[in-house]
Each structure stands twice: as structure tokens, then as C-alpha cells.
Design a protein around this ligand. Structure first.
Ligand code: PMP
Ligand code: GLN
Length: 387
């Protein structure tokens, strides 16, 4: 008898393997290296926040949350957003809680992008944007930013806009660059989009991690930008709980209607007791306003060890990542060096080339400094010895 035919699954993402974050974290574990690769804290969240989750779990808040998110959390986000950026988002109509910013990004891109639409993506780029665009039939159009400052050349952006441009994705503070946009950037962006049908997607998950007295300039704070923007946030970053995967999306009501049509079939809703707990925790603004100073100190602990070494760098301006250029140390490519440093000196990092679609190698590694001071010092001392 003839064997049954087995279907062949042709990949929708033929150029994507397992993400670099999983690869490097596994390598770090296999070689017992200090893991400064994948971005996550190695310290605990506030005990008060954990107690709140326990409280709501024990009180029986363990069934499905409303599809759009728990009311008290949407209220708290509306309040925080108004206080920080002066814009009132309606908790019923304009704020949606998602399972991490990753889901929010995917839902927003799916709501906007149709086959053959072009999307401007600044690279180095966080790795989830391009697959989300491509799964929706869109085409990423890359604008390259280069180290050490990763500033945007807005003339370059203008040159890449076409009648098919549907969306521009903005990430500030930027992962992996550690750069932030200023008011001039927002004005340039507004001049480009103001007479077009281009939407904006703001990935602002590091909004509460900005250093040296600088301020986070949200798309929300600029009227022309705000009214065409989906802006995503993540409590994983702000409250040191990346494993909880609770994020949100702010968007004007008509955009939110379409966003929710996708969100309801992606995850429907997000973990209930954690939403109640975060809502309570947000009532104390210091819980998020203190995060910048907390991480600035960590950046400085790490850089103090690196100072005087053969690495060169510009101090990170935001996010919990610091890039180090090693071109004074070796000509090796960044991927091989990241693997070698993990195995040989026991410090894992992310090669920044993975965030460029052509894997452009600027001899730069990304280090996550969301670690306790002792870990940062041990890693920094090992790195500083490299000649
Ligand atoms: N965007 C950027 C720039 C990030 O660094 C991350 C964190 N990995 C995300 C989005 C996703 O956030 P979340 O973990 O809340 O899904
Ligand atoms: N955002 C984190 C980083 O950039 C990792 C997220 C993930 O593991 N997918 O390292």
C-alpha cells in the first residue's frame, strides 16, 4: 500500500530561526556564564507588588478579565498618562491591556498593515517588528542608524517614504541602541507625516528608564503624532517583572476599535490578579518615577568597571542596555565574539548585528545592566581585562 502523503509546512518566516535572546540565554546557562544578554532583571520585584498579586489571587480574582482589561488598571494608566504627557485617554475606548507589549505590537501591526504596504523600520530594530509586518504581507523598509549615537537622519527617512508607506515604527528609548528621541525628532516626524495617511506605532516600553536628567518624549506629547499613533507600554520593564507579560496599547477610539478586533482573537484577555495588583501599585507614582534613577545607578556601576578598558562607548541614554564597541580589541565578527566571550570569560551579551536585516557588523555588543551590582561588577571586571 502507498504510504500516506504527509503535508509539507512551508515556513511563513523562512529567514527566522530561534530568537537570539533564547540562543544566548541558553548558551549562558550551558557555560554557567554571567548572563547580560537577554534583557531581564536578575533581582526581585517589589515585595509589596508580589503581596498585591497574592491578595487578589486569594480573593478569587482568577477568572477571565474583561477583554479590554481590568477597569481599575485602565483608569490608573489613563491617570498616569495624563499626568506625564497631558493627554486624556478614555479608559473604556482608548486603552487596552495586552499580554505584554509584544502582543500589543503584533495587534497594532495586524490592524494596520495589508499586503504590499510598506512600513518604515529603524534598524537596529527590536526583533518582533519585521516578522509581524511580514506575516501581514507588508514590506519592512529599513532606515539604518549607526553607532555610537544612532541618531536619525530625517532626510533619509523622507527619501524612503512612498505612496505605499502605511506605518512608521518608533522605538524610544531604543533597544538595543540605548538612544532616545528629542523634541526636534518629533517635530521632524510630524512634518513628514502631517499631510499623509501614515500611521505611527510607538514602542515606548522603556518610557520610565531615561537617564542624566533627560525626559522621555512620547509620541503622545505631540498632537499631530498622537492622533495617528498606537503607543505600547510594558509593566514587565517598569516593575521588574518581565515574566508576567502585562502591557498595554493607547490609541484614539477609532483606532482602538480595530486594535481590539485583533486582540480579542490573539489572547482575548490578560492575567486577572496581576492587572488588579498593578492598578493598585500605580497609585504610588514613585513606584514608576523612581525607576530611571535606579537604572542610572546600575548603568554607572557597569561603566565604572569598563572605564579605562579597551572598549569604547557612549553612555546609554535610556533602556537597560549598554552597547560597547570592541573595534580596538579584535576584528572578529560580533556574533562569534559574543559566543566566545560567553564560553571563555563567562559573560554573555547580544551581538548588535542581529538587529540589522543584513546583519551589518559594527563591532558592537549589547549588555543588559538590569542586574544586581555584584553581578555587574563581576561581569565588568572580566570584560575590562580584555586587551
Ligand atoms: N519592545 C522592546 C523594544 C523590548 O525591548 C521589549 C522587551 N523584550 C518588548 C517590546 C516586549 O515587551 P514585553 O515583554 O512586555 O512583551
Ligand atoms: N526585550 C528583551 C531583550 O531585548 C528580550 C525579549 C525576549 O526575550 N523576547 O533582550
Amino acid at each position: 500500500m502507498k504510504a500516506n502523503v504527509r503535508p509539507v509546512l512551508y515556513s511563513k518566516l523562512p529567514n527566522n530561526g530561534t530568537t537570539i535572546f533564547s540562543v544566548m540565554s541558553k548558551l549562558a546557562a550551558d557555560y554557567n556564564a554571567i548572563n547580560l544578554s537577554q534583557g531581564f532583571p536578575n533581582f526581585e520585584a517589589s515585595p509589596a507588588l508580589i503581596s498585591l498579586v497574592e491578595y487578589y489571587m486569594r480573593k478569587g480574582f482568577n477568572q477571565y478579565a474583561p477583554m479590554i482589561g481590568v477597569h481599575s488598571l485602565r483608569e490608573a494608566i489613563a491617570q498616569k498618562t495624563f499626568e506625564l504627557y497631558g493627554v486624556q485617554y478614555h479608559p473604556e475606548l482608548e486603552i487596552t491591556i495586552t499580554s505584554g507589549a509584544t502582543e500589543a505590537l503584533f495587534a497594532a501591526i495586524s490592524a494596520i498593515v495589508r499586503p504590499d504596504d510598506e512600513v518604515i523600520v529603524f534598524e537596529p530594530a527590536y526583533d518582533s517588528y519585521a516578522p509581524a509586518i511580514e506575516l501581514n504581507g507588508g514590506i519592512p523598509i529599513y532606515v539604518s542608524l549607526t553607532p555610537p549615537h544612532y541618531t536619525i537622519d530625517w532626510e533619509d527617512v523622507k527619501g524612503k517614504i512612498s505612496p505605499r508607506t502605511k506605518l512608521i515604527i518608533i522605538n524610544t528609548p531604543h533597544n538595543p541602541a540605548g538612544s532616545i528621541l528629542g523634541p526636534n525628532d518629533l517635530n521632524e516626524l510630524a512634518n513628514i507625516v502631517k499631510d499623509t495617511h501614515i500611521f505611527l506605532l510607538g514602542d515606548e516600553v522603556y518610557e520610565h528608564i531615561v537617564f542624566d536628567g533627560e525626559k522621555h518624549h512620547s509620541l503622545i506629547s505631540h498632537t499631530i503624532l498622537q492622533e495617528r499613533s498606537f503607543v505600547c507600554g510594558s509593566f514587565g520593564k517598569t516593575f521588574h517583572v518581565t515574566g508576567w507579560k502585562v502591557g498595554y496599547c493607547l490609541a484614539p477610539a477609532d483606532l482602538t476599535v480595530e486594535f481590539r478586533k485583533i486582540h480579542q482573537f490573539l489572547t482575548f484577555c490578560t492575567i486577572t490578579p496581576v492587572q488588579f495588583a498593578i492598578a493598585d501599585f500605580l497609585k504610588t507614582p514613585d513606584n514608576y518615577l523612581s525607576v530611571s534613577a535606579f537604572y542610572e545607578q546600575k548603568r554607572d556601576v557597569f561603566l565604572k568597571c569598563i572605564k579605562g578598558s579597551n572598549f569604547s562607548y557612549v553612555p546609554s541614554k535610556g533602556s537597560y542596555f549598554q552597547n560597547l564597541s570592541y573595534s580596538n580589541i579584535t576584528k572578529e565578527n560580533d556574533y562569534d565574539l559574543a559566543v566566545k566571550l560567553t564560553k571563555e570569560i563567562g559573560v554573555a551579551s547580544i551581538p548588535v548585528s542581529v538587529f540589522y536585516h543584513r546583519k551589518t557588523d559594527y563591532k558592537t555588543l549589547r549588555f543588559c545592566f538590569a542586574k544586581d551590582d555584584d553581578t555587574l561588577k563581576r561581569a565588568g571586571e572580566r570584560l575590562a581585562k580584555l586587551k
